[in-house]
Structure formats: structure tokens, C-alpha cells
Design a protein around this ligand. Sequence first.
Ligand SMILES: [Fe+2]
Length: 155
Amino acid sequence: MMDKAREEDTDFDYKAVAKALSFNMGGHVLHSYFWWEMTPAEKASKEPVGELYDAIKEDFGTFDRFKKEFTQVAAGVEGSGWAALTFCRDTKRLGFMQIEKHNVNLIPDFPLLLVIDVWEHAYYLDYKNERGKFINAFWNIIDWEEIDKYFRTIQ
Ligand SMILES: [Fe+2]
């Protein structure tokens, strides 16, 4: 679209293009990460490990406190969207984001460490409209070993 407009020397609505790009790229990036971070329950460690565990303890006090806050962030997403755990390389602190739909304009500065899809399509087959039950079940299938390996590469 932009290439065509440049070739033909016509105008395009950059705001609309940026919004569409963010939505579609965001959907791809978030779902790719979501599939990657999960593992079958029998292989999941149930709690973070390694340097990520240390960082969670440093910033949240305990894993239970972290889990409670992330759960609240995910449960509180308005409508369709995502909750994400991210890391600020400048402050070396973990933080949360609520992502509206798929829009992830902030991702270049804040790498994803844990995401959960809380669009209704993610849970209605198994949990109907009970987002809370879906979030609780999610904690059993997180691949904390792989997330910790990735965490070590982004600091
Ligand atoms: Fe989704």
C-alpha cells in the first residue's frame, strides 16, 4: 500500500497504516510468544527458575505476590486484549502491561517475558465466559525454564 502510493505519488493515511500494522504484527508477535512460552503440564516447573526467579523476588517479594498481581492485570483487561510481563533494560525492573486488542507499539523497548491472551476466543471453548478459571489454569503450563533462558539474553 505504501509502496504503491509512493510509486504513484499519491497520499496514504499513515495513522491508519500504523494502526493496522500494529494490530496485525502485534497479533503475530503475541501469539507466537504465547505458543512458545507454554509447555505440557507434566513438564512445567510451576514456579519461575534461575535469574528470572531472583528478579521476581527482588521486584515483587514473593512469587505468590507476583502471581496475584499478574492475575489481576490479566483479569482486568477491558474487552479483548492481553496481559504481559515485560522488562525495562534501563531500570532493570520487571513490569506489567495491559495490551488493547493486539496493539504492541511498546514492544521494541520492552521485551515480552510472559503473555496471556485474554480475548474470549482464547478460553470460551473450555471455560465459557470464565476468564478467571482460564487464567488460573494457565499457571500450570508455563515453561519457566525456557523463559529464564531467554531472560538471560535480554539484560
Ligand atoms: Fe488469540
